[in-house]
Ligand binder design. Structure first.
Ligand code: FMN
Length: 332
């Protein structure tokens, strides 16, 4: 593991930000880069795998089971004014969706993807073993000591300790009680054991990277710091919002997807965070047309503006320059 991972890891960012260009640029700059398989079709993932080379990673969502549609149905009613505002139809509630988990694991196996990380829970021991036999190193994202011991039981090669400060979805398997008030340093300390740990969440500058490495992390995974990178696919509406300084704070919200995620506060999070149920991925599918129409209209108030607590330090520029800013020992 330590031989493959560089001190700075450009996080997988599903949706738009992660692109093969971002991953290749990260690798060229001396960082590790991850493709994000989440939400994509297996064909799209395969196309991306073919477009990258070197010691890259692929991130896969572990599917959960949502049995009760009632809370999501109620939320669907609450969202009607949004559908009207953006002129879209709300889709019927869809409960079953494994995000093509088996096909994505199969792709990682057949291409011998060097690093495979999982979020939203631990895969089975069989999946971990099959990947390892194909030559992959397997990482599981955790947010607490309890999740770390469940993850360790399936024998991965390492853990990703994600603080509540992290941008985007939390890997938490306890969405009901999730408040997002842990730091990367705290989660790293809580989960450290025999396995190598990558720390993630709220990293804004090289001093944060230095601190996490000094605390025992083998590497530091950063997402928000690369949202404005030239090679990232981040939506123009999110770029403009961040560059304009209109983002004043981040919140933990289930409003967009039914799973806790850290986002820049906007009209949508203010209106729906209190009423949004636990219901991933059904809520993700429900709000997708709203978010797409808002993005089309360059209306940042209807989009999930995922970002971590370090969002104020995010800069635009080449990935190479952004990696250099974060490298251990750099003066930001
Ligand atoms: C826009 C965005 C999308 C993300 N998508 C994923 C993802 O697909 N898979 C994943 O494991 N983590 C994802 N994350 C979380 C990152 O892996 C990482 O934990 C986080 O970015 C670290 O916190 P930071 O954003 O403060 O640097 C995402 C983060 C952001 C900001």
């Amino acid at each position: 593991m330590r031989d493959l991972i560089r001190p700075v890891v450009v996080a997988p960012m599903a949706g738009e930000p992660s692109t093969p260009a971002l991953v290749n640029a990260a690798l060229r700059a001396g960082a590790t880069g991850f493709l994000a398989a989440g939400y994509k079709t297996p064909q799209a993932v395969e196309d991306e795998i073919r477009a990258v080379g070197g010691a890259y990673g692929l991130n896969i969502f572990v599917p959960g089971l949502l049995k009760d549609a009632r809370a999501v149905e109620r939320y669907r009613e609450l969202l009607r004014p949004e559908a009207e505002r953006y002129g879209v139809e709300l889709p019927a509630v869809r409960l079953n969706d494994d995000d093509h988990f088996p096909a994505k694991v199969e792709l990682a196996i057949s291409y011998g993807v060097p690093l495979v990380s999982f979020t939203f829970g631990a895969p089975s021991a069989e999946v971990v073993r099959a990947l390892q036999q194909a030559g992959s190193r397997v990482l599981i994202t955790v947010t607490s000591a309890a999740e770390a011991s469940r993850a360790a039981a399936v024998r991965p090669d390492g853990l990703i300790a994600q603080g509540g400060s992290a941008g985007g979805h939390s890997a938490t398997t306890s969405p009901a009680g999730f408040t997002g008030d842990t730091t990367a340093l705290e989660v790293l300390a809580a989960v450290k054991g025999d396995l190598p740990v990558i720390a993630a969440g709220g990293v804004a500058e090289a001093a944060d990277v230095d601190q996490l490495l000094a605390a025992g992390a083998v590497a530091v995974q950063c997402g928000t710091a690369f949202l404005l990178a030239d090679e990232a696919g981040t939506r123009p509406a999110q770029r403009d919002f961040m560059l304009s300084g209109r983002g004043t704070s981040t919140v933990i919200t289930r409003a967009f997807t039914g799973h806790p995620a850290r986002a820049l506060r906007n009209r949508f999070t203010d209106t729906y965070s209190a009423s949004a149920p636990i219901g991933y991925p059904a809520v993700h599918h429900l709000t997708a047309p709203i978010r797409a129409a808002a993005a089309q209209a360059a209306d940042a108030d209807g989009i999930n503006l995922w970002a971590g607590t370090g969002f104020r330090s995010a800069r635009s520029g080449t990935t190479a320059a952004l990696v250099a800013r974060l490298m251990p020992g750099s003066q930001s």
